[in-house]
Design a protein around this ligand. Structure first.
Ligand code: AGP
Length: 364
């Protein structure tokens, strides 16, 4: 991929449409069918060391942090290692306890984000093992970490991250599968995840083919004064990232909440001028999520659902193809990138250069 616009009106659009090939690239050469795992030579960590990991702490900012949230869930689900993600900017200011059995993972598209780099340097000074999940080869974070996984999204020019977010989430799926197969993940489950990973590029292409319909929905919701994004567990990081994307490019105020938290306060905001985007993967929480749609409807809120089948309680549904439940968040983020893009387009925003933002924040 090049810096050429290749006929697109914005880099954001170009980069959204490049995602099937980008995901193909992050997978290429890494799948090991024989052992139902992946080869990640850059980790510089042997099986014995991987077995010694007691916790995983993922650090990044903005979209990288959200991809890290998906990563933490994947590592807990596939490798059964307690994992969580935290904004690198918060972590470095709070004098964190640095534990020798914790594996730290710094996530960054540019590899130059100052808050993330400073967190890595503080961790290294305290003797921690830090891996990088980074897009730009040879960047500062890639150099300062002990090893890692390159994301191979290709150059990302638009200030808002799209293809790199997706590829980072896939890179975490690879890391989780690798750690899982060293620990308790069965061969059968390893094969199931590998087959899911291989389906991703084709399924992303299927989602991108719905662009026209998503553009119409964007035009319908572009009059919102604010938007709520909700999801439970796997859907929650998707909601977080989609809300960030919408506010960055369209300047519509957006809030993301775990769906279960709505009744603890944010439900007060729901009214016809505040539509909700609900992320409802077909997992064990689907019924709970449907009940949330009813609560929103009862307060007069419009609902746009992203789901695996038409939702009768929603005003509109974007139907995405099913993958394995663990990988569904990766796919469900893609239509919401298109929603943000088309909302910004309908509102005449400067999509590639949103006000007040820089692609890479290299200062404190
Ligand atoms: C993404 O849309 C944003 N521009 C921003 O949140 C970004 O993800 C963040 O600043 C981190 O950048 P990095 O991935 O280069 O470290």
């Amino acid at each position: 991929e090049s810096y050429d616009m290749a006929g697109h009106d914005t880099y954001m659009h170009k980069e959204i449409t490049e995602q099937a090939e980008a995901v193909d690239r992050v997978l290429r050469g890494r799948i090991d069918d024989r052992f139902a795992t992946v080869r990640l030579g850059g980790l510089n960590m042997d099986a014995r060391e991987a077995r010694g990991v007691r916790r995983v702490k993922i650090l990044g900012c903005g979209s990288a942090y959200h991809a890290g949230m998906i990563g933490a869930q994947l590592i807990e689900e596939l490798a059964r290692i307690p994992a969580d993600a935290e904004p690198a900017s918060e972590f470095r200011y709070r004098n964190p306890v640095v534990d020798p059995d914790t594996l730290y993972v710094a996530v960054s598209q540019s590899g130059e984000t100052y808050d993330t780099l400073a967190a890595v340097q503080e961790l290294k000074r305290k003797g921690a093992r830090v891996l990088g999940v980074v897009n730009v080869v040879g960047s500062a974070i890639a150099r300062e970490t002990d090893g890692g996984v390159y994301v191979h999204a290709g150059p990302e020019v638009c200030v808002v991250s799209t293809k790199c977010f997706t590829n980072t989430a896939v890179a975490f799926a690879l890391l989780a599968l690798h750690l899982g197969r060293i620990r308790d993940l069965s061969v059968a489950d390893g094969r199931r995840i590998i087959s899911g990973l291989r389906r991703l590029p084709g399924q992303i292409a299927e989602i991108l083919a719905q662009e026209e319909a998503i553009a119409k929905l964007a035009a319908e919701y572009a009059d919102a004064k604010s938007m709520m994004f909700v999801g439970r567990v796997r859907g929650y990081p998707v909601a977080r990232e989609a809300a960030l994307k919408l506010k960055e490019v369209s300047y519509i105020h957006a809030e993301a909440y775990p769906a279960s938290e709505l009744k603890h306060g944010p439900l007060a905001l729901i009214e016809p001028a505040v539509p909700t985007v609900a992320v409802l993967p077909e997992d064990e929480l689907l019924e709970k999520n449907r009940a949330t749609l009813e609560e929103i409807r009862a307060r007069g809120g419009r609902i746009l659902a992203v789901a695996h089948a038409e939702q009768e309680k929603a005003d509109h549904t974007v139907v995405v193809p099913r993958n394995e439940v663990e990988l569904d968040p990766i796919l469900m983020s893609v239509p919401l990138q298109l929603l943000a893009y088309h909302t910004a387009l309908a509102l005449g925003r400067d999509i590639d250069r949103p006000r007040n933002l820089a692609k890479s924040v290299t200062v404190e």
